[in-house]
Design a protein around this ligand. Sequence first.
Ligand code: ATP
Length: 402
Amino acid sequence: MTISPAINGTASGTASQDRRLRTAAPQSGFAPWKDPAKKPIIRFEGVTKRFGDFVAVNNITLDIYEREFFALLGPSGCGKTTLLRMLAGFERPSEGRILVEGKDITDLAPYERSNINMMFQSYALFPHMTVERNVGFGLRQEGMPNDQIKLRVDEAMALVELGKFSHRKPHQLSGGQQQRVALARAIAKKPRLMLLDEPLGALDKKLRNQAQFELMRIQEQTGTTFVIVTHDQEEAMTVASRIAVMNQGTLEQVSTPGEIYETPQTRYVAQFIGDVNIMEGKVVSLPGDGTVDITPASGDGRIFKAGACQGLVVGQQVWLSVRPEKFRISLEQPQSTINVVKGRVDDVGYLGSISHYHVHTEAGNRVTALRANSSQSVERSISWDDTVWLEWPADAGVVLTA
Ligand code: ATP
C-alpha cells in the first residue's frame, strides 16, 4: 500500500478544530440550490479576469441564492478576492457576465450597485468621526432625512451591540469593536447583498470565534445574503451555508460544509479541509452492489472496499480518502482482512478529550488516527511503539479520481 504523503493537508490539526469542522451548517434545512424553481440572487456566467497575461479568475459559473451565507475559500492568490471585487464593481470581468436579481450589472460602477455593500478587511473607518457618525455615513451620503438616519443607526448599533460606544472615536475601540462598527455601517444601508473580504482577519483567534457566531446571528436576523472571502477553512465551515473551494482561479467544489468534509470530490478539496489520509490504489473489481474493491499501490494483495463513485472502471488509478476519526485503532488484530492496515505507533498527541495517533504502517507510510478519550484507561491503553491495527468501515472511505 502507498499512503501518500498528502496526509494532514492543512495546518489544522487540533481536536477542537476537528470538532468544529463537523459543525452543522447554520441554516439547517435551508437549501434553495436544490430547488430548480428558485432563481439565484447572484449569477456569475463564464466570468474570467485577466491581469495582463495572468488569469486570476478562469471561466467561473456560479449561482448564489437569497439568504445564503456563502463562503469563497481558498489559499492566497486563488482568485477569491478578485471574484468578490468583480461583484462589488471594483474590477471588471475580462469575459462573462454578472447578474444580480436577474439584472446584468457587469458594466455598472460600484456606486450604481445600491443593493450591494462591501465591508473591507481594513474596516476603512473615518478616524475623526464618532461611531455614530461612522455608522450613519453612507445614509447621509444618500441624502436620507436625519430622523430616519437616527432610527437606522440606532437599529444597526443595537444589532451589533455597540450602543454604549456611540460617542467614541474608532481609536478608542478595540479591534473587535471596530470590526462591529464597520459591520453596523454596512448593515445600516440595508443592502440585499453584503460582501465581506476577510472581515475577521485582524482579530485574534478567540475574538474571531465569537465574531463568527455574531456574523451568523446578524445574517440570520437581517435576512441579508452574505458572501464572505476567507482563507480560513474552519471559519468557512462554521459560518457558511455553502462553500466554494477555489484553486488557481477555478472552482474545485461548491457544496455545503458537511458535503465538503464528508464527500470531497478531489484530493485538493479533501486535503484543504481538515486532516485526511489519502491512500493510492487501483480498482480491482466493481461487484455491482454499489461498492468498489481497491488494491493498494504497494500491491501486497490486500483489499480496500469503499462506496463506488460514478464512472469507475477496473484498472483505474484512484485515491481512497479516510478522515482520521473514521479509523478504529486497536491493539488486537481484527478478524476481517478488508480495510485493515497494520502499523506501529510513532507518536501520540494527547489533547484531553481526544488523542491523535501517528502510525507508521507496514508499507512505510505515516497515517493519522483519532480516538475519543471516553475514559482515562482508554487514553493510556495505546502508546508509543505499540503495534496497532487500523480498521474502517466501507462507507467511511471516499474514492477520488482526481
Ligand atoms: P489572498 O487571500 O492572498 O488575498 P486571493 O485568493 O484573494 O488571495 P486575489 O487577490 O484574488 O487572490 O488575486 C488572485 C491573483 O491575481 C494573485 O496572483 C494576484 O497577484 C493577482 N492579482 C490580483 N489583483 C491584481 C492586479 N490588480 N494586477 C495584477 N495581478 C493581480
